[in-house]
Design a protein around this ligand. Structure first.
Ligand code: SF4
Length: 238
């Protein structure tokens, strides 16, 4: 039996990985699926983890989407449900999470092709998020639940171990609820306002992307430019 951990290098999966190593649990391989749209902080954490994996004789595998995320977003020829043709699937998030679908399929296919039925995949779901658990899948194991590590415990544990998610001198977890793709349309208004204030480089990239698609970024209603106006107004009034 092989033991494999999927790790996005966000707080929960990183805490799981570090504790699996600390507890000397069976761990043969780490899989990181790189969408190509991760924050630089995530790549920095990956680079800090690689020597630790080597030291512990743990294989590291990086998977990527078949086609570049940006290509699928804005250029890939697509047939819309109403019969019209277009270019790209536009923003990923909400009900249209085409990036997540590809990620899950790619990881499952990799595991099946390499290990058949002979593997356990550790998944970093915190013990206060158990609604996300698929108990029917016999290949999945949830160590954070076993250790009763809640989201806040995971973050604290990572900090204690010397890991943080610094961008522009700001820790991403102090301004965002989730650290996922920087262009994720699931970001809430509070998070987006923090992008505008603290993560100007990513905010500017979002503006560039918005120019390439007609679909509004938030709730199918607000473009990045609408949000910028709103945040500017709010900040002026504060
Ligand atoms: S984090 Fe957001 S943008 Fe990235 S794949 Fe998931 S839903 Fe899509």
């Amino acid at each position: 039996m092989k033991y494999i951990a999927s790790c996005s290098f966000g707080k929960d999966s990183l805490a799981m990985l570090l504790k699996l190593i600390e507890e000397k649990e069976s761990l043969d391989e780490i899989i990181f699926y790189d969408t190509g749209m991760e924050f630089q902080a995530i790549y920095n954490i990956r680079d800090k983890i690689l020597p630790i994996l080597k030291e512990n004789n743990i294989k590291y595998t990086e998977l990527k989407p078949k086609e570049k995320f940006e290509y699928k977003m804005f250029e890939k020829p697509v047939n819309h449900r109403n019969g019209t043709k277009g270019k790209g699937y536009s923003w990923c998030g909400g009900r249209c999470r085409w990036g997540t679908t590809e990620k899950n399929k790619t990881i499952s296919k990799y595991l099946e092709n390499n290990y058949g039925n002979n593997y356990i995949e550790y998944v970093g779901i915190a013990s206060d998020e158990t609604s996300r658990i698929n108990y029917n899948n016999i290949h999945k194991s949830y160590p954070l639940v076993k250790w009763d590590m809640k989201e806040k415990d995971c973050l604290y544990y990572c900090y204690q171990k010397g890991f943080n998610w610094l961008e522009n001198g700001v820790d991403l977890y102090s301004i965002l609820d989730r650290v996922s793709c920087w262009c994720c349309a699931n970001k809430n208004l509070k998070e987006l306002k923090n992008y505008y204030i603290y993560l100007t480089n990513y905010w500017n990239k979002l503006k560039e992307y918005q120019k390439k698609t007609n679909r509004p970024f938030k709730n199918n209603k607000y473009t990045i430019f609408d949000l910028e106006k709103r945040f500017k107004n709010e900040i002026e009034k504060e």
